[in-house]
Design a protein around this ligand. Structure first.
Ligand code: MGD
Ligand code: MGD
Ligand code: MO
Length: 775
């Protein structure tokens, strides 16, 4: 076996501090950024870090932020502006050729702009004219359903509530949001099985847990503040397993940059006991094996199952039919190892399952979540201290946006409540999500696209087709802080409306406002920026909604848009009436430290489900789904191969996509991925043994080919082969550069999440001559 390069220092530590300081410098954000870092996640008067949705650690009185957080803050507080002068220097055609990194570093958007086709440039426009154009185009539509209103999860509760109200008063539920690409399987399946599509644990549970199973998640990069909790739990004797095709190097040990003793003495805490290097897409199979063994060996919690659940017999019957051969084929883990993990579960009085995108972003994403929930129910791990379901959300308010009603498939109770509170009819038909919205755009059924944050075209599958579709629109509107690729495919009319960011102070005619967000564990907390907005011209997202609503509905509207946009207490009073769980919102948000925990019935073993009980679910897909896909592709590939006669390069793979340490989703901060030891993004990670098997070398150039669900060939590359401790048959590359490989039809059935984490591909080595020829 070839030696795999490893990252030896602990995660965090000095490298983390140095990287953070360097990023503040790179962004010319040292002063504004450092000031912001100090007030991040603080109990009083700070802002909620826009870096992730991990809850705040209450014990902190100094700083509670991590390397990712500091990079996100640097990106927001940068002092360079992408203003009208910037756009005067660059045509849109020219900007289309810029990389994600260059666009991200162009500066903060700082004045309203419209696209002037004659010059192919964005030029300044007044706020009033911008609102008037939006209202005019919306009024011109034959139906409100010809407009699509996207949201990304940075938007705080108050503006999110106003935005969905605007969209629904206009007459549509076309409210796709980044959840559709992220934790949608979690929301759908936990909702169905437990009654609420959210985490059942709180931070304190991690102190009591005896076993943490961490599925498909890379906290060292994506939720570094979670490392402190993992290291702490581990020290208390909690066993921690990472189930991941990649041995993520940042998970071995952690040196807390906020603990001076550790920094000076060079100490670090261990975290993960074992990595289960599963096949990509193999989680449901692994969980099937575990559940089967637990039931067959009488290790389950029968009292809990009898009292609280429904559907057990059906699951048991299905499990009996699953053979160990299929289970092992489905996950690539031996029966003995599966039994060992199941044994740990059997012996643990308090088990938490955490999960991230490695679980959700698959055709079988819904099944994966269902099987995790089934496991927790079999063991009676819901509604106990130290146990439960802990999906780890990404965007800092992605959970809150949903709670506020950003949902293309709203519940009837939400619609009824909104209708009653605002005395305004609400649209009853379900709207479009990210997938159906993109298809409608491509088919020309959408005329107006409005984006409240985010980078829709690049984050979604089939990026090129979406960008081309946007050019056919009557109007595209971007309410945003930074320039990105989706803004560079203008329709007939195109507007960029710059907004105040999370880190900046929000001062209106009613004084300084604070907003609120909901973290990954259902805590509603306040957020208040500390630095001056980058430009006096900026408006808050709430004020922009007010501006559009006032032009669209006239000053006669019975809804006090102006009051809500200027005074968030007014908005919160409406939220208190319209959204369950927010009673006395203004009082409660001011009473405790920084907020309160939303009531979660399943934590109290109350089941708000169809059956009135917690629900076991049988998976929809065969557990050998991925293995079968690969076998099918291998046989067709054999035929292709016979023609091309390259038998040594037979290679059918599962491709997954991951985030680097130097990006936040589509915002590319830099090219370093420290723990994975690469400083470029055009890489394909592969195990060195697999390279040897094929006679390939690290540094070789390869192209990735995929036949999509319509039989069309999609390609990615050239990419540089890079060594990684990753499962056999698995390769990985960075998101979002790979998103054109993915089509809009490869998604889970219920949640409709795109299969970003498992694509069956073939690889082709590209010779230097080919590269020159294709250049
Ligand atoms: N620095 C930084 N922080 C971020 C973000 C960012 O881009 N950068 N994005 C934010 C957002 S929106 C989100 S949703 C979160 C995402 O946070 P994560 O969920 O941690 O994100 P990913 O890097 O997409 O993938 C997670 C892991 O899934 C593993 N994986 C891939 N396929 C499989 C599989 O089939 N099974 C299993 N078990 N594992 C698999 C990958 O190897 C990887 O380690 O992070 C948030 N925080
Ligand atoms: N292949 C692949 N594709 C994926 C994923 C994957 O793992 N693999 N992950 C998916 C996931 S989990 C997610 S969440 C999506 C992310 O999809 P999005 O949420 O759409 O993407 P982001 O890159 O987070 O959006 C960045 C843009 O948001 C704007 N912005 C930033 N802060 C603010 C703010 O405070 N207010 C406003 N109004 N705008 C702001 C800026 O203009 C910035 O350029 O991507 C998905 N796509
Ligand atoms: Mo996400």
């Amino acid at each position: 076996m070839r030696k795999i390069p490893v990252y030896t220092p602990p995660a965090g530590g000095w490298s983390s501090l140095i990287a953070s300081a360097r990023k503040l410098m790179d962004y010319k954000a040292f002063l504004r950024g450092s000031l912001s870092v100090l007030s991040s996640n603080q109990p009083i008067g700070g802002f909620d870090c826009p870096g992730c949705a991990w809850p705040d650690h209450k014990s902190h009185k100094t700083i509670d932020v991590c390397e990712t957080g500091i990079k996100v803050i640097a990106s927001e507080t940068m002092s360079t502006r992408a203003d009208a002068k910037f756009f005067a220097r660059h045509t849109v055609k020219e900007l289309q050729g810029w990389s994600g990194y260059e666009l991200e570093h162009s500066g903060r958007l700082s004045e309203p702009l419209y696209y002037d086709a004659a010059q192919d440039r964005y030029v300044a426009i007044s706020w009033q004219d911008a609102y008037a154009r939006i209202a005019e185009q919306l009024k011109n539509l034959d139906s409100p359903d010809e407009a699509l209103f996207y949201t990304s999860g940075r938007v705080a509760n108050e503006p999110a509530f106003m935005y969905q109200l605007l969209v629904r008063c206009f007459g549509t539920n076309n409210l796709p949001d980044c959840s559709n690409m992220c934790h949608e399987p979690t929301s759908v399946m936990l909702g169905k099985q437990l009654g609420v599509g959210k985490a059942t644990v709180v931070l304190e549970d991690f102190e009591q847990a005896k076993l943490i199973l961490m599925f498909g998640q890379n906290p060292a990069t994506n939720h570094p503040r979670m490392l402190e909790m993992l290291a702490h739990a581990h020290k208390q004797g909690c066993e921690i397993l990472s189930i991941n095709p990649m041995r993520e190097q940042g998970l071995k040990a952690f040196r807390n940059p906020q603990k001076l003793t550790q920094m000076v003495a060079g100490m670090s805490d261990d975290m993960v006991d074992n990595v289960i290097q599963i096949q990509i897409g193999g989680d449901a199979a692994l969980l099937t094996g575990m559940a089967k063994w637990l039931i067959e060996n009488d290790k389950i919690n029968t009292d809990f199952i009898e009292t609280h659940t429904s559907g057990f017999e059906a699951l048991k019957h299905w499990l009996r039919e699953q053979s160990w051969a299929d289970i092992v084929l489905g996950c690539g883990i031996s029966q003995q190892e599966i039994v060992n993990i199941a044994g740990l579960v059997a012996d643990s009085p308090a088990t938490i399952c955490t999960w991230g995108m490695g679980i959700t972003q698959h055709v079988q994403g819904d099944d994966n979540v269902a099987m995790i929930t089934n496991l927790l129910l079999l063991m009676g791990m819901i509604g106990i201290e130290g146990g439960g379901a802990s999906p780890i959300r990404g965007h800092s308010n992605v959970q809150g946006d949903r709670t506020m009603g950003i949902h293309e498939r709203p519940s009837q109770s939400l619609l009824d409540s909104m209708q009653k509170v605002f005395n305004h009819p609400m649209p009853q038909e379900n709207g479009l999500d990210v997938i159906s919205g993109a298809k409608a755009l491509i088919q020309g059924k959408i005329k107006v696209f409005v984006s409240m944050g985010g980078n829709y075209a690049v984050a979604a599958p089939d990026s090129n087709a979406i960008q081309q579709a946007l050019t056919k629109n009557q109007l595209n509107v971007f309410i945003a802080t930074k320039l990105n690729e989706t803004m560079l495919y203008p329709g007939v009319d195109n507007l960029i409306l710059p907004c105040v960011s999370r880190t900046e102070r929000l001062i209106t005619t009613k004084g300084e406002q604070f907003a609120t967000i909901e973290d990954s564990m259902c805590n509603i907390v306040t957020t208040q920026g500390r630095v001056k907005p980058i430009s006096k011209t900026l408006k808050s997202e709430a004020q922009i909604v007010t501006g559009i609503a006032t032009q669209l509905f006239g000053t006669e509207s019975s809804i006090p848009w102006q009051a809500m946009g200027e005074d968030f207490d007014v908005t919160r009073d409406y939220i208190a009436q319209a959204i369950a769980g927010f009673e006395d919102f203004n009082q409660r948000i001011r009473a405790a430290d920084r907020g309160f925990h939303l009531y979660h019935p399943a934590r109290h073993r109350e089941w708000d489900t169809e059956s009135g009980k917690a629900q076991f679910e049988v998976p929809k897909y065969p557990i050998t789904y991925v293995a079968t896909q690969m076998a099918d592709r291998t046989s067709t590939f054999d035929d292709d191969n016979a023609k091309n006669s390259q038998p040594d390069e037979q290679a059918v793979w599962q491709l997954t996509s991951v985030r680097s340490h130097d990006q936040f989703n589509t915002m590319i901060f830099g090219f370093q991925d420290r723990y994975r030891q690469t400083d470029r993004r055009d890489v394909l990670f592969m195990h060195p043994d697999e390279m040897s098997r094929l006679g390939w070398q690290k540094g070789d150039t390869v192209r990735v080919l995929r036949q999509d669900s319509k039989g069309q060939q999609r390609t990615l590359g050239p990419l540089i082969l890079t060594e990684m401790d990753i499962a056999a048959n698995a390769v990985a590359t960075y998101y979002p550069e790979c998103n054109d490989l993915i089509d809009l039809d490869t998604h889970a059935p219920d949640s409709r999440i795109p299969s970003y984490k498992s694509l069956t591909v073939i690889l082709e080595r590209v010779s230097a001559d080919d590269l020159v020829a294709s250049a």
